[in-house]
Design a protein around this ligand. Structure first.
Ligand code: 3H9
Length: 678
């Protein structure tokens, strides 16, 4: 096995260096190399102290996640850390970048830690459905106390080097990366003869039941449905009431249980899926990018304003266009109000708010878009309006500017046909609220140029979004799959389930809200024909009575002044009338949560299979990413396509058949061949 670990001598200090790009993950070869170099250093009488450092952009960013779930190749990380800590020579970790997970644990196994001011230390394993499995839950509370250990492990929150210095997790901070190695070697010399060696495992951690109880209470909502946070908490507690070895054994056992569970597999799947989604199969990574130094936005409504904030927040100037002064003023006012609300929570300074507002240029004049590199249209969902806007845009935009539409349903190719440059047109479907939601569907038209796509994907990353490419189809990936869920939820209501029962089943599944809560939030009137005399569905009846959702304090639910929902007797009447008018039998009282999930989410998976068949999504994992980041699908279930595999495709197909759905041929074929989506 070739090793990415080498060592060099600086007099009586041995410097062990890892060179395993991109993030120095602690794969088998790294672990073996570390063990060998440490063993040799400890045995060499010329060596008085050891420095451990990494080349490249970061100190070890953790275990190699791609090894998880595969046959294990030794040595394990615990053995490496044990060799470092139990040795009789001081070992100094020299940290830059991010010492994460197993990387942080290696550092804590060293006797001393020196870090650059920009470095961060963290144990984010919980985000992969895991816990620090190489002593992290036992050493952090022993050094820094229970309260911080809970935040670092069960929340996975990293800390800065300065904070680490304040709590004893690092011993020294250096300003610049350039001097890290020199300072680390000097530090190693300074402590070479100091005994006893400080070993985190030999310290004790004071129990802090109040901190544990307060932490559980404060995070109960966030942890709902997840197994890993509680396992992290239990391990931190074990550090306070057991000797190190027993606590470490408990940690190990808990780690293995999580590792072999479905939740961690799902969360690891999403870790890689999210990164994979950024790749477009026929657009090479080195495709040149177009400029995006100035952005224009057409439409100062909620969507337009939210989209603008993404750019303003990172210093990209925005020209915001609307047709009417009133709408423009309102839009600019909302952007300011949003920033000020964030500032009042202490997450922005007044200077930052003013800096963002200072680069926002409101205008009523189309010609003001002429110097924009990218223009995003965010107006009313009506094809004729969009085409009109794109024709006008075509007349003013500079050659090579990217012309984007934020449409959530409409055909990008038809919109592009209103211009003489369809190659420059792309869909950028932001999700509401656009300044907060992480998903961006990048809609690839028939003519969209490769460099436009490459630019859109890169820009998405710059503004902190996760981008997924969709082909042109009604509703793209996410909203297209939402449709069968809603249609079937309504069918169940007509058969006898209540909206409240359906929503509760979805929330119990792990969604942030159910289909009817979602409609009330978004507006029941979205897409309504606006003729109150034309009543062809329950939804029409609600709209005719002005039950447009939360904004009217009435939708599928009744709402009080603070927007707390209660099931609505009036809606129950409307549903009963419809049931009667549709000639349906008496309402069923035997509808279970399981039936609700099968009849609303299996059709959603089926639609996902169709989307793949038609080539509208590049890969099943892209669909999973859409649902995690666009709709709050529980990450511990890995997205709908991953989840479908865990349920069993044969079971899903059998249920769809039983309930009279038309099964996608590719779904049936996969079920028959035993080949899953992931
Ligand atoms: C652990 O440590 C368990 C232990 O407690 C117990 C052991 C017994 N492994 O994110 P990027 C890849 S669990 C394998 O785009 P950035 C990544 O897939 C681990 N691969 O860069 C990507 O590959 P590609 C705890 C990894 O600069 C490339 O590196 N640690 C790993 O935006 C670049 O990644 C974590 O959970 C890995 N550990 O962000 C940290 N990490 O180019 C996870 C990255 O082929 N990592 N890759 O798509 C991160 O949070 C970010 O990658 C990091 C850099 C902040 C480090």
């Amino acid at each position: 096995m070739t090793t990415p670990i080498r060592s060099e001598r600086e007099g009586d200090v041995l410097v062990v260096v890892s060179d395993n790009p991109p993030v120095n993950a602690l794969g088998a070869a790294v672990r073996q190399g570390l063990l060998d170099q440490m063993t040799a250093g400890l045995a060499d009488p010329e060596v008085k102290a050891i420095v451990l450092r990494c080349n490249g952009r970061t100190f070890f960013a953790g275990a190699d996640i791609s090894e998880f779930g595969k046959p294990f190749v030794g040595p394990d990380l615990l053995e490496v850390i044990e060799r470092i800590e139990s040795g009789d020579k001081p070992v100094v970790a020299a940290i830059h970048g991010t010492a994460l997970g197993g990387g942080c644990e290696v550092a804590l196994g060293c006797h001393y830690r020196i870090a650059t001011a920009s470095a961060r230390l963290g144990t984010p394993e919980v985000k992969l459905g895991l816990l620090p499995g190489a002593g992290g839950t036992q050493r952090i509370p022993r050094i820094a106390g229970v309260a911080l250990a809970l935040e670092m492990t069960a929340l996975g929150a990293p800390i800065t080097a300065l904070k680490a210095l304040a709590v004893g997790l690092v011993d020294r901070v250096v300003e610049s990366e350039d001097s890290l190695v020199t300072e680390a070697v000097a530090f190693a010399r300074e402590v070479a003869d100091r005994r006893p060696l400080p070993r985190a495992s030999e310290k004790t951690a004071a129990p802090d039941p109040e901190a544990v109880a307060a932490f559980r209470k404060a995070n109960a909502r966030r942890f709902r449905g997840f197994e890993a946070p509680e396992a992290n908490i239990a391990c931190v507690e074990a550090a306070t009431d057991r000797p190190f070895n027993e606590g470490a054994a408990f940690e190990r056992q808990s780690f293995m249980t999580l590792m072999n569970g479905v939740q961690s597999a799902a969360q690891r799947h999403i870790f890689f899926a999210e990164r994979q989604a950024a790749r477009i199969d026929d657009v090479p990574a080195d495709t040149p990018r177009r400029a995006t130094g100035r952005v224009g936005i057409i439409g100062a409504g909620t969507m337009g304003g939210g989209i603008a904030m993404n750019f303003l927040s990172i210093g990209i100037p925005v020209t915001l266009l609307d047709m009417q002064q009133g709408a423009l003023d309102r839009g600019v006012g909302v952007v300011r109000k949003n920033y000020e609300a964030t500032a009042s929570k202490g997450r922005l300074t007044t200077a930052q708010v003013e800096a963002a507002m200072g680069i926002l240029t409101p205008t009523l004049d189309f010609a003001a878009l002429a110097d924009c590199d990218l223009v995003i249209e965010a107006v009313y969902e009506e094809m004729s309006i969009k085409k009109d806007i794109f024709a006008r845009l075509d007349a003013v935009a500079r050659p090579g500017a990217i012309l984007a539409s934020n449409t959530s349903y409409l055909n990008i190719d038809e919109i592009a046909s209103a211009t003489a440059r369809p190659q420059d047109v792309v869909g950028l479907h932001f999700f509401s609220p656009a300044n907060a939601m992480k998903l961006l569907e990048v809609v690839r038209g028939a003519a969209t140029a490769r460099d436009v796509l490459a630019t859109a994907m890169a820009l998405a990353k710059t503004i902190g979004k996760v981008a997924v490419v969709s082909g042109v189809c009604y509703g793209f990936i996410g909203n297209r799959m939402l449709a069968p869920r809603h249609i079937n939820a309504m069918k169940l209501v007509l058969e006898g389930a209540t909206p409240d029962q359906i929503d509760r089943a979805h929330v119990a599944f792990g969604m942030p809200m159910g289909p009817f809560q979602m409609e009330d939030l978004a507006g029941v009137d979205i897409g309504w024909h606006r003729d109150p005399t034309r009543i062809e569905s329950v939804r029409d009846a609600l709209n005719a009575e002005g039950r447009w959702g939360q904004k009217k304090q009435a939708g599928f639910y009744d709402y009080d002044d603070r927007r707390n929902p209660t099931p609505s007797p009036r809606v129950a009447e409307i549903i009963a009338d419809f049931r009667k008018a549709s000639g349906l039998a008496e309402p069923r009282t035997d509808i279970t949560d399981q039936e609700i999930i099968e009849r609303t989410l299996y059709p959603l998976v089926n639609e996902g299979a169709l989307i793949l068949e038609e080539g509208m999504a590049q890969r099943p994992s892209d669909i999973d990413v859409v649902w995690i980041y666009g709709y709050g699908w529980p990450v511990y279930r890995g997205g709908p396509m991953f989840w479908a595999d865990t349920v069993g495709l044969d079971k899903i197909v059998a249920s769809l058949d039983r309930n009279g759905f038309e099964v996608a041929s590719s779904l049936r074929a996969r079920a028959e061949s035993g080949q899953g989506f992931s």
